[in-house]
Design a protein around this ligand. Structure first.
Ligand code: ZN
Length: 381
């Protein structure tokens, strides 16, 4: 039984420095990769397997945690672990400012550890097929740098147009778990709200904007090293084709509401970033955004508006961001939704932290305020 740490699988990422004793494993988080094997600037995501340690207490030291892209992301954070990659739980994790030490207890064999519950490419393909079996139409919008399909699910027949995109930042897997819950409800024929939404609007849902980054095990970039959420002003056919094809489809369809789904490394809250800092943001947009947020709070106690980004966070690159570009171009409700990697500090669950299951529930809940928004814009116009 030889102790081993591996990450050569879908979404896997870690560098192994030392692996000769289960209670003294030394690892380093690796940088996001490009298709040619070179590294880009970001590093935060990890996902790996430990084998050959059955029944022995494990201690894993991630020696460069203090030098990652979001070192504050490790404060109050606990890693997730699983035996079967289906059920994940948080495990004791400490961060001293430089080294993060994960102590999952006595090891099962194998044991998987990750930054957040992974969402595999296989599961993504199953999600598409399941949605189509329940009435969605698949529309291939284009291809990623490495040639993976960039797909939208088209749902509903209404005149209003709603776009929902997820995983521009591929390591923010909670975004696709969120979409899974949203689709499950939106395609439910027994749910009267879902039926009304499909009658009033046409939904374009892109569950994974960054397939290559997802498979490569990247936190933020695609296979060309591009941070897709800085590409919306001038997407490139060569280095950000994922954004180019989705943006083109949005211009063809028009947009009445847009949601860009993300995870935030630092803040232990669910929140949105809106468009109030845009120069052309008017009273109508402000009223729509405020009303949506109030409705969302009632629909999900996990959502709040006290904690979030300050409006001047992206001063110089505003229109490079998806939700700002769309809010500016289409004058519609346009939000970046952020979920925590850690937990919701207003309603913590130390066993799971923020989780895939909670992300799915939030995705279901988004449909309530969205319904209110559609009713409001119908009576207003
Ligand atoms: Zn993000």
């Amino acid at each position: 039984m030889t102790l081993h740490v591996s990450s050569a699988f879908d979404g896997g990422a870690i560098d192994v420095l030392r692996c000769d004793a289960p209670d003294a494993i030394e690892l380093a988080i690796r940088r996001d990769l490009r298709a040619d094997g070179t590294a880009s600037e970001f590093l935060q995501w990890f996902y790996f397997r430990v084998s050959g340690a059955a029944g022995r207490p494990l201690a894993l030291r991630i020696v460069n945690a203090g030098s990652t892209t979001y070192p504050k992301g490790w404060e109050g954070y606990a890693a997730v672990a699983s035996f079967d990659r289906r059920t994940w739980q948080r495990v004791p994790t400490q961060f001293d400012g430089e080294v993060m030490t994960i102590r999952p207890g006595v090891a099962c064999d194998p044991l998987y550890l990750a930054y957040f519950e992974p969402y595999s490419w296989e599961r993504h393909l199953d999600l598409l097929a399941d949605a189509v079996a329940r009435g969605a139409a698949l529309r291939r919008l284009g291809a990623s740098v490495q040639g993976r399909d960039v797909d939208a699910l088209v749902i509903g027949t209404g005149a209003r147009v709603v776009w929902i995109i997820a995983r521009q930042h591929p390591g923010e897997t909670m975004a696709e778990w969120f979409v899974e819950g949203l689709l499950d409800r939106l395609l439910d024929d027994a749910d009267p709200l879902a039926r009304e939404l499909r009658r009033r609007a046409t939904f374009y849902v892109v569950p994974n904007m960054n397939p290559d980054g997802s498979v490569l095990g990247n936190l933020r970039t695609n296979a060309a090293g591009a941070n897709l959420n800085r590409e919306w002003l001038a997407p490139s056919r060569e280095t950000s084709p994922e954004v180019a094809c989705v943006r083109e489809a949005m211009h063809a369809s028009g947009v009445d509401a847009f949601f860009d789904i993300h995870g935030d490394e630092n803040l232990p809250y669910v929140f949105v970033a809106g468009c109030e800092m845009l120069p052309a943001f008017g009273e109508r947009q402000r009223a729509e955004q405020l009303a949506f947020c109030e409705d969302f709070k009632r629909a999900s106690p996990d959502f709040q508006t006290r904690h979030g980004y300050s409006p001047d966070k992206y001063r110089d690159e505003l229109l490079k961001l998806a939700s700002k570009y769309v809010g500016h171009t289409f004058g519609c409700l346009s939000l970046t939704l952020e979920m925590p990697f850690k937990d919701n500090a207003d309603a913590p669950d130390p066993r799971t932290g923020w989780s895939a299951a909670r992300s799915r529930q939030l995705g279901r809940a988004l449909l309530d305020p969205l319904y209110g928004h559609l009713l409001r814009i119908e009576t207003a116009r």
